[in-house]
Ligand binder design. Sequence first.
Ligand code: PEP
Ligand code: MN
Length: 242
Amino acid sequence: MDKLIVIGGPCSVESKEQLEAIYPVIEDSIDIFRGGAYKPRTSVHSFQGLGAEGIQLLTEVSNKPVISEIMDGADIELFKDVDYVQIGARNMQNFALLKTVGKSKAKVLLKRGLSSTVSEWLAAAEYLEYYGATEVILCERGIRTFSDAGRFTMDLSAVLKVKDETDYKVIVDISHPAGERKYISRLARAAVSCSADGVMIESHNDPDNALSDTEQQITPTEFVKLIDELQQIKKLISKLEQ
Ligand code: PEP
Ligand code: MN
């Protein structure tokens, strides 16, 4: 495949105005529009997301397929209009959630857990499929290691391994391992060069004032420019690998 699967949009859905400032700019560069409505925040005092309203805004503003993270199986009904249900890193081994989401016959993006091995990640994907998920895409989003160079360590060997040994599509979330926006483009080039089928990159119209992940979001204009470059790299890599 010489085109990347591109997922873009803000870390969190904050308002309709915010989505309308982002979506039209990146529309032609993305396949799937993202936005968190239920946010897994370390601190209870941090923005927790707009919940059901966030899901509704996301589907309202986007003409493209949308993706949002589910944290609680009890919310599954609210995700019926969401094209891809995201299972976040912190819930990769929440087996009750995997069963509920699988049973809903959803298409799923399964993030790798912060400290999960590749085999645990694949076992979680198997749960989803066993219970009925109609599609599973895997997403490497950085793991916890002793390295303090980035927010998380982007494990590109895992991408190669999974692509080598399975038929899953593997995309790389560049934003969360990068942690800082100045590293996004170079890490993204590395991921695409390492056979990633796609990328997820967070983009916000006013990154400095975002309600979550302030440091790592890039503007919609920067996003479009980067995706254009990544698509060219993808084409070149596909040719080299033929
Ligand atoms: C996210 O995509 O906004 C998110 C919270 O991701 P992760 O589960 O990888 O931390
Ligand atoms: Mn985020």
